[in-house]
Design a protein around this ligand. Structure first.
Ligand SMILES: O=C1O[C@H](COP(=O)(O)O)[C@@H](O)[C@H](O)[C@H]1O
Length: 238
């Protein structure tokens, strides 16, 4: 695998992992260590995770890490605008796979808020997120093969605001052109302020996406680019 061809000047590389199980285990240890440090330093810690299909094993490994979960606040980088009981709900995923056992003591601050419109729901989530300790201590991002991260999709309505460093909203309504559900997403300004950002990606398709993102410019075409300019650790496995 031609990892050495990848040029990531600002990043620490978490490559060399052989499978998804190993990636999940290493990532869980890194996240737990950072949360422990935050608790030691500030008494509380905030963790923002991503949804989708790939983080399940990581969530289950993280839930088993020994730490004072009662001092941890957990939230999501993005959410599908569906009730928590829906199979596509990121909150549902977190509740089923991360907030289990000792980790059930963590405080969860969700983005999904029942409301008449996506815009109202995002405004309510903005208010709810005031309860999340900020800056975010640990952020775990995922990425789609189209270069989206969180719910910052290429060419989506609201993307300019979502990528603006001046955005003061903690949650934005996002209309993703390529996926079934409307979305709620934390914007770049909030996400990029995280003390530690980890990007977890699996498979050669996503490695190609990363290389493509690094090879050219244009955040609107590939929103992940906006994060690659900040320090982050990339965890990749085939
Ligand atoms: O839709 C989403 O997709 C990305 C990537 O998901 P994955 O399952 O392919 O890793 C995810 O990071 C984001 O949170 C999610 O809502």
């Amino acid at each position: 695998m031609a990892i050495s061809n990848l040029k990531l000047p600002a990043q620490v590389l978490g490559f060399g992992l052989s499978n998804a199980e190993q990636l999940a285990g290493e990532l869980a240890v890194t996240v737990a260590n950072a949360l422990r440090l935050a608790i030691e330093t500030r008494g509380v810690a905030s963790l923002v995770v991503s949804g989708g299909r790939s983080p399940i094993v990581f969530f289950e490994r993280l839930a088993r890490q020994e730490l004072d979960w009662s001092r941890v606040a957990v939230s999501l980088a993005d959410e599908r605008w569906v009730p928590v009981s829906h199979a596509d709900s990121n909150e549902g995923l977190v509740r089923r796979h991360l907030l289990q056992g000792a980790a059930a003591k963590a405080r969860f601050v969700g983005l999904y808020q029942p409301a008449a419109s996506l815009e109202e729901s995002a405004a309510l989530a903005h208010l709810a997120l005031a309860e999340l300790p900020q800056p975010i201590d640990v952020l775990v991002l995922g990425m789609g093969e189209d270069g989206h991260t969180a719910s910052l999709f290429p060419a989506s309505i609201n993307l300019d605001l979502a990528l603006s460093v001046d955005c003061t909203q903690r949650c934005l309504p996002m209309h993703a052109p390529s996926v079934p559900h409307q979305r709620l997403s934390m914007p770049l300004a909030l996400l990029a302020g995280a003390r530690l950002t980890l990007l977890a990606v699996q498979g050669r398709g996503k490695l190609d996406t990363l290389k493509q993102a690094l090879a050219a410019e244009g955040d609107a075409q590939m929103p992940i680019r906006a994060f690659l300019r900040h320090p982050l650790e990339i965890y990749w496995c085939p």
